[in-house]
Design a protein around this ligand. Structure first.
Ligand code: AMP
Ligand code: GLY
Length: 424
């Protein structure tokens, strides 16, 4: 199988590693990739938001499968362009990617499909926001309607901070058709309880769940600081209630896939169910339409089945006939090293050393994200720079490995949480 993978984060480095390990894979190109993916695949410089360019690159390498990692090309309709060129593509069409691209659209689909989620008001002006904040009371939850790289959500006890975030979001240009094209924010009920990320592979009809994982969204230890794209993750979740995955399939993933098909926009790719396990049961916090980052780093570390064959089955309507994914009897923990300034204005160009030394720790591999090869020297080039993954017999061993690996890496001003998978 000849595969073109789109993206350049640690998620794509994890995907590239797993795709390269599938015996069915005969060629693997990553566009644009990063210095880490260059070690397991061929990198290709490409404007990944340009569907025609991606389709041409796929045709140029005679690809049997294109896998799109990040949300931006998905929302931009890159999958549509690749499929129009007759090449199987793992990921949702632009129309189906609205499940992530617009929180108002996602709420509309969930309401139609009877999926449990936080009560919410979609607001297009500040008076509506103020009324919604007062209806729910603190803590306040205000979400930018559109894509915001995990940073569009503010959860705060301060009414002024909630209003300020809404004001900034509403000052944007344009929005989703759900709100008549107006910029919008979603104000919603606060959900308490632990969060779980469950990735469901979908082929338009059938749904195959992967192993659940937990992500750490806040920047600092103890869930302090601002929301980020994700600072660490672990899998499995020994504390998860029995039957959780079946419950989510029955009440969330299958109804959404049915609803999307009924709307004439069938969903293929990963339906990422971001869930809160509240005292009143499972609630959807958000949908994403792609693999999560950093959860993918730990989920794929545990996957024993060949990934390329699984993704091709999803891309070609074949999940119903595909063998169920198998899992290693092991735990995985990942710790993200972020650049100084993240998630705000980040510093780049700092030397990154010790990656090789980290990988000498048993059970450790290092996935690259915001890195660049500067004449043979690895330097930082983005917010989340590396994901250090530790694999062990249990979470304690995996966590010890991940932190031992991270300790061998030097990045000036690096930020990392010290409590990923602590006490699990
Ligand atoms: P989202 O981008 O919707 O996933 O939100 C990012 C993060 O904000 C989530 O992972 C939660 O930690 C938090 N969050 C979002 N919605 C809520 C909510 N209704 N109640 C509590 N926390 C929330
Ligand atoms: N880890 C959260 C996300 O991928 O959106």
């Amino acid at each position: 199988m000849r595969i073109l993978l789109i993206g350049s984060g640690a998620r794509e480095h994890a995907l590239a590693r797993a795709l390269a390990a599938d015996p069915a894979t005969t060629a693997l190109v990553v566009a644009p990739g990063n210095p880490g993916t260059a070690a397991v695949a061929t990198n290709l410089d490409l404007d990944v938001l340009d569907g025609a360019a991606v389709a041409a690159a796929a045709q140029g390498m005679a690809a049997d499968l294109v896998v799109v990692g990040p949300e931006a090309p998905l929302v931009a309709g890159v999958v549509d362009a690749v499929r129009a060129a007759g090449i199987p593509c793992f990921g949702p069409t632009g129309a189906a990617a609205r499940l992530e691209g617009s929180k108002a659209f996602a709420k509309d689909v969930m309401a139609a499909a009877g999926v449990p989620t936080a009560m919410a008001h979609v607001c297009t002006d500040l008076d509506q926001v103020a009324a919604a904040l007062d209806a729910f009371g603190p803590p306040y939850v205000v979400k930018d309607d559109g894509l915001a790289a995990g940073k569009g959500v503010v959860v705060t006890p301060e009414r002024d901070a909630a209003l300020g975030h809404a004001r900034a979001c509403l000052a944007r240009d344009g929005g989703d058709p759900t709100t008549g094209g107006a910029p919008a924010v979603v104000v919603e009920e606060f959900l308490d309880g632990p969060e779980v990320s469950l990735f469901c592979l979908c082929d338009g009809t059938d749904v195959v769940p992967l192993a659940p994982a937990q992500d750490y969204k806040r920047l600092a230890d103890g869930d302090a600081g601002p929301n980020t794209g994700g600072m660490g993750a672990y899998s499995p979740l020994p504390w998860a209630p029995p039957g959780l995955v079946e419950d989510v399939l029955d009440r969330v993933a299958r109804p959404v896939v049915r609803e999307m098909a009924a709307r004439g926009t069938p969903f293929t790719g990963v339906l990422y169910c971001g869930l809160a396990l509240t005292s009143r049961g499972v609630r959807v916090v958000e949908f994403n339409v792609r693999f999560g980052d950093p959860e993918t780093q730990v989920v794929l570390a545990r996957l024993a089945s060949p990934l390329a064959q699984l993704l091709r089955a999803a891309a070609t309507g074949g999940l119903g006939a595909a063998p169920e994914p198998r899992w290693h009897d092991a735990a995985a923990v990942t710790v993200v090293l972020a650049a100084r300034g993240y998630p705000g204005q980040v510093g780049t160009g700092d030397p990154v050393t010790g990656v090789g030394a980290a990988e000498e720790v048993p059970g450790v591999h290092v996935l690259q994200a915001g890195t660049r090869d500067d004449g043979g020297r690895l330097v930082s080039a983005g917010g989340r720079v590396l994901s250090v993954v530790g694999i062990g017999a249990d979470l304690a061993a995996a966590r010890a490995a991940a932190y031992a690996g991270a300790a061998r890496i030097d990045l000036p001003g690096a930020q990392l949480r010290t409590d990923i998978a602590a006490g699990r």
